[in-house]
Design a protein around this ligand. Structure first.
Ligand code: AKB
Length: 341
């Protein structure tokens, strides 16, 4: 008998860390993790198998299909917004072709197993593209269907892959004579900037939030690359993981749309600066604006309306801004960087 497993791509990333640890605590969940780089040591005991490999390698994905009954795919691997702008075509390859490979794996598996594989896909506020600061301010909290006009390769990739997920769920092979393929069950969350106490992101444009905090905790100088009045939504990692587990376990009939916003708090860069300086009064933080990165975050919304997620699968964040810092980020980060005696 083949083992039932959950497949996680991009296992070494920030979401991967939190998700693998949370899933490992759930009785009976077996995890197969995939990443280009060797798996972080802290995750090894949580996984039943780790495969170092590339999502662009279809032979590798074929071998996985032969070996396991994969019930759920969490496809986390991707190149984030700032990094993607340095090499847009490579980002497209990984973000789009990689996702297409995984979606096709999901469809093949669903047909082979005779039941829909759940495909959980983290998208991003980068799919939005507001034209100017005045409109951004006026719009405030935006809904899923508004302003889907991204200005980055990463945003374009995420928006397109959301549509691919819908396509493979509803329309794949609609004109083919042989419609025997089973569809996947695609569920997607658009995340705001994420802040983890355990890891520091790389290659994102919302990175100034976590970088300011981790930099202060390490006693390093940090030059924040956006203006103090920059405002986008953020969320701490435990809430991001909570939302992924909630959408995964929601009954199919309660899911009324394939893409959902989730939101938590929406600070300006100055609000983050203030709370970090309160915790670390000697923190050496300056503002040194990078015009290109500023333009990207200026095109992202101030906040997102997540009422559909609340309505359909009872989404509600556990952490507002104060609680995020007081009860999660600051204690955990102080512990992470405490001097070894
Ligand atoms: C990025 O900054 O690229 C990501 C995101 C908002 O999706 N953190």
């Amino acid at each position: 008998m083949r083992n039932e497993v959950v497949l996680i791509t991009g296992a070494n990333g920030e979401i991967g860390h939190g998700l693998i640890k949370a899933l490992a605590q759930r009785n009976g969940t077996q995890i197969v993790a995939l990443d280009l780089r060797p798996l972080d040591e802290s995750l090894i005991p949580c996984c039943d198998r780790f495969i170092q490999g590339d999502i662009l390698d279809s032979m590798l994905l074929g071998r996985l299909m032969a070996e396991y009954d994969i019930t759920t795919i969490y496809h986390l691997a991707s190149i984030l917004s700032t990094k993607a702008e340095y090499n847009p075509e490579t980002a497209h390859k990984i973000n789009v072709e990689g996702t297409l490979n995984l979606l096709r794996l999901g469809v093949e598996l669903s047909t082979w197993q005779g039941s829909s594989v759940k495909f959980i896909y983290p998208s991003s506020i980068a799919v939005y593209g507001l034209p100017d600061l005045e409109t951004k301010k006026q719009e405030g909290k935006i809904k899923e269907w508004m302003w889907c006009t991204p200005i980055t390769m990463y945003g374009c990739n995420k928006l397109y892959c959301e549509n691919l997920g819908k396509y493979y769920t509803k329309y794949y092979r609609q004109l083919a004579k042989d419609r025997s393929k089973h569809s996947i069950d695609f569920r997607c969350i658009r995340f705001p900037g994420l802040i983890s106490a355990e890891t520091i992101p790389t290659g994102g444009t919302s990175d100034y939030g976590p970088e300011m905090l981790h930099g202060a905790a390490k006693g390093e100088h940090y030059a924040c690359f956006v203006r103090p009045d920059t405002r986008i939504p953020f969320m701490v990692m435990p809430d991001a993981i909570k939302s992924l587990l909630l959408i995964e376990s929601a009954p199919r009939e309660s899911i009324t749309q394939s893409v959902y916003n989730v939101s938590s708090f929406s600070p300006s860069a100055k609000d983050i600066y203030d709370i970090v300086r309160q915790a670390y009064p000697d923190a050496d933080i300056t503002f040194d604006v990078d015009a290109q990165r500023q333009r990207i975050v200026d095109s992202w919304p101030e906040d997102c309306d997540d009422s559909a997620a609340l309505h359909d699968w009872e989404w509600k964040p556990d952490y507002d801004m104060q609680r995020s810092f007081d009860e999660y980020l600051l204690p955990a980060i102080k512990n992470l960087y405490k001097p070894i005696v």
